[in-house]
Design a binder for this molecule. Structure first.
Ligand SMILES: [Ca+2]
Ligand SMILES: [Ca+2]
Length: 289
């Protein structure tokens, strides 16, 4: 589909170029090249809106073996007929908490928290972000800026809105999401999150409500400690599992805004997404697995 659309844009661009040139070189070669480049690299000359589509992927992970509640390191991802090793992936570089107006009267803080595997600090297998129920934007970036799948953003379910903007170093079209749900959820996930793509000026150019039903159970169990409480709540409890869902965007972006809402009975309830997001690096030309 994507290739067909690109081919169509390219054909239109080339025809336009030929027509324009027919009367005597009103379009320069440089402009022609720019149009073709733009069509090839996802520029949108057809006036359509960028769109997200969901795809399934599988996660290959490893543990050091020393701790049962320690690190779970992502090794590679397979999906959509492709494989991405860690070298092909980029983690979040920066994060900004935009809104977090829920109040957790019991544990402190708002709805957002930084979570880590219960024994992930002594476990040297992979780095992780902090454990805190009062995270700063830097803490959130630390939670997401590694390949440790136990190091996640946790969202609690008090009435309110939690919105975070994340940035990658390089523009990306392929995003991998994991959502910590429960062992009993058929998809692994048990929360929804609104994913918005932002352009360089911060304007929303595409949005997608990634539903808990759209994940695939990864079978990967993790534990989480956020500085106030842990999951599972008892050492003998069943650890939650991660659901996995990929999002493909038909134009590259460096910025995503991730938002969840909790309105209480009768309202919209995203039920506190607990997530990790990693993006694919741009593919080098001619480099395919
Ligand atoms: Ca660790
Ligand atoms: Ca969840």
């Amino acid at each position: 589909m994507k290739q067909l659309r690109t081919a169509s844009i390219l054909a239109t661009t080339l025809m336009f170029g030929l027509t324009a040139c027919g009367g005597g070189a009103t379009t320069t070669d440089a402009e022609d090249i720019q149009q073709v480049e733009s069509a090839l690299h996802g520029g949108r000359r057809d006036g359509g809106s960028p769109k997200f589509t969901v795809f399934a992927f599988t996660s290959q992970t490893s543990t050091g073996g020393q701790y049962t509640d320690g690190d779970v390191r992502l090794e590679s991802i397979t999906g959509d007929g492709e494989t991405w090793d860690r070298d092909d992936l980029q983690t979040v570089r920066r994060a900004t908490i935009l809104v977090d107006d829920g109040v957790d009267a019991t544990n402190g803080g708002h709805n957002l928290a930084s979570g880590q595997g219960i024994e992930s600090v002594p476990d040297r297998w992979a780095p992780q972000g902090p454990a805190t129920v009062t995270p700063t934007s830097h803490d959130i970036a630390q939670s997401l800026g590694n390949f440790n799948l136990t190091s996640i953003v946790v969202t609690r379910e008090n009435v309110g809105t939690a919105s975070v903007e994340v940035r990658f170093d390089e523009p990306a079209t392929t995003f991998f999401f994991w959502e910590r749900g429960s062992k009993t959820s058929p998809t692994g996930a048990n929360s929804d999150v609104l994913v918005e793509a932002l352009d360089a000026r911060g304007h929303v150019i595409a949005s997608y409500k990634l539903l808990r039903s759209e994940y695939v159970d990864s079978g990967i169990a993790i534990t989480t400690w956020n500085g106030a409480f842990s999951s599972p709540t008892t050492p003998t409890g069943t650890p939650p599992e991660l659901g996995a869902a990929g999002l493909l965007l038909d134009t590259p972006v460096e910025r995503l805004r991730l938002t969840s809402v909790q309105q209480g009975p009768g309202g919209t309830n995203d039920d506190g997404p607990d997530y990790k997001v990693i993006a694919a690096k741009p593919r080098r030309r001619g480099h395919h697995h």
